[in-house]
Write a protein that binds this ligand. Structure first.
Ligand SMILES: [Zn+2]
Length: 391
């Protein structure tokens, strides 16, 4: 969506992009500082800031400290006017939210997926959200969609979604024509690494692994500040690293993959056996209650989960040497019962030649990680050089 600008308009748009990104990264910054940092003349900075303010991307904030002359007015991101929709397509349900430019959730909607037709559920959630943003007056400027499986980020195409057996679904085309807004589509877990980059409190980190433990298991990789998608958009399939020689058969055909023990169904199946519950009757919150009460079966189940996650993660950490690992997805709600085991296993199985020990923690977005991640796909597009901010 959007038209390509040429000549002076294109240069002005690129300058606006650089300025917006700089304001984002700084939190608050003066126009003089922007001019010095970006090597742009004062008049260009003022004119771009004025254009961004008129479109509600930025606003004037506090008065900053003087460096000799008049005290400058600081510029900051306007978190109250523009919103993105974030849609997460899981194996059984679609979750959606309207999210501010700074990652705050304004409202949510959800729908179960019937008969594998995930686009019908996406449209149901989007229609619900649209009614609410129209009623509440949220101006939504774009839609980010995270879909499980293999996604062509360039074309906005769900190449293969294993839970539905669907292939080549034109998610972007269908949503752009229905809602008239720009749409960005990527793998669901991969989008969550962008949420850490743009919304998280670790914005200075360039090398990150996001491990999602939910209906499936996967990783989002950020290398050198950029999301790594692989040659066929299939990077990060950590769920298919073998962690057990005698485990269950995985959907991929192999035995003992991480997915079979660390997805929500895989973990609850092991935990039910460990605590003597009927298969299919145990919930994660009940398993956590049992572990809180010191039930040996529940503690053993969480310990086994931590060991398996740690084994797979150690391989990824040895390969990529990231600054940090963030753990998300529904299973991560039990982090307090398996986090230490993950950290100890990674510590034991990784090489510390540089003396640097990777930081491993649960994501700060909790249960909103999927929808906030999806919305951050749109924010990533807005902050990249090509996005037309002046339309
Ligand atoms: Zn597998």
């Amino acid at each position: 969506m959007g038209t390509k600008r040429s000549g002076n308009a294109a240069v002005r748009n690129i300058n606006c992009n650089r300025i917006l990104r700089s304001i984002w990264e700084s939190g608050q910054i003066s126009r003089a500082r922007l001019s010095a940092d970006l090597d742009l003349c004062a008049a260009t900075v003022s004119s771009c800031v004025e254009a961004l303010e008129k479109r509600h991307y930025v606003r004037m904030g506090e008065i900053g400290a003087s460096s000799g002359g008049r005290r400058p007015v600081m510029v900051e991101i306007d978190d109250s006017h523009l919103f993105c929709a974030g849609i997460e397509v899981k194996k059984t349900r679609v979750a959606g939210a309207v999210v501010s430019l700074r990652g705050h959730v304004a409202c949510r909607a959800e729908s179960r997926i019937a008969g594998g037709d995930f686009m019908a559920a996406v449209e149901g959630v989007m229609d619900d959200l649209r009614r609410r943003w129209d009623a509440d007056g949220f101006p939504v400027i774009g839609i980010g969609v995270g879909v499980h499986g293999i996604v062509d980020y360039e074309e906005g195409l769900s190449i293969y979604a294993p839970a539905f057996g669907s292939r080549m679904v034109d998610v972007r085309g269908m949503l752009e024509s229905r809602y008239g807004l720009p749409v960005v589509v990527d793998n669901d877990i991969r989008s969550m690494v962008l949420a850490e980059k743009w919304y998280g409190s670790h914005r200075d980190l360039d090398d990150i692994i996001f491990l999602g433990l939910d209906e499936g298991v996967g990783a989002g990789l950020m290398i050198g500040g950029k999301v790594y998608r692989g040659s066929g958009f299939a990077a990060g399939e950590i769920g298919h690293i073998r962690v057990s020689e005698n485990g269950r058969r995985c959907v991929c055909g192999n035995i003992g993959c991480l997915d079979t023990v660390a997805s929500i169904d895989g973990f609850l199946s092991d935990a039910a056996a460990a605590v003597g519950a009927e298969p299919g009757t145990l919930t994660l919150s009940r398993a956590m209650e049992l572990a809180d009460d010191g039930d040996p079966g529940a503690l053993r189940a969480f310990d086994g989960l931590g060991l398996c996650v740690g084994i797979a993660l150690a391989s990824a950490v040895n390969m990529l040497d990231p600054d940090a690992v963030f753990i998300g997805g529904a299973v991560s709600e039990g982090w307090r019962h398996f986090g230490e085991r993950v950290k100890a296993t990674v510590r034991e199985r990784t090489f510390h030649g540089s003396g640097h020990m990777v930081d491993i923690q649960r994501t700060e977005f909790g249960a909103d990680d999927g929808v906030v991640g999806a919305a951050s796909l749109m924010v990533d597009r807005i902050l990249s050089d090509g996005y037309d901010l002046l339309c």
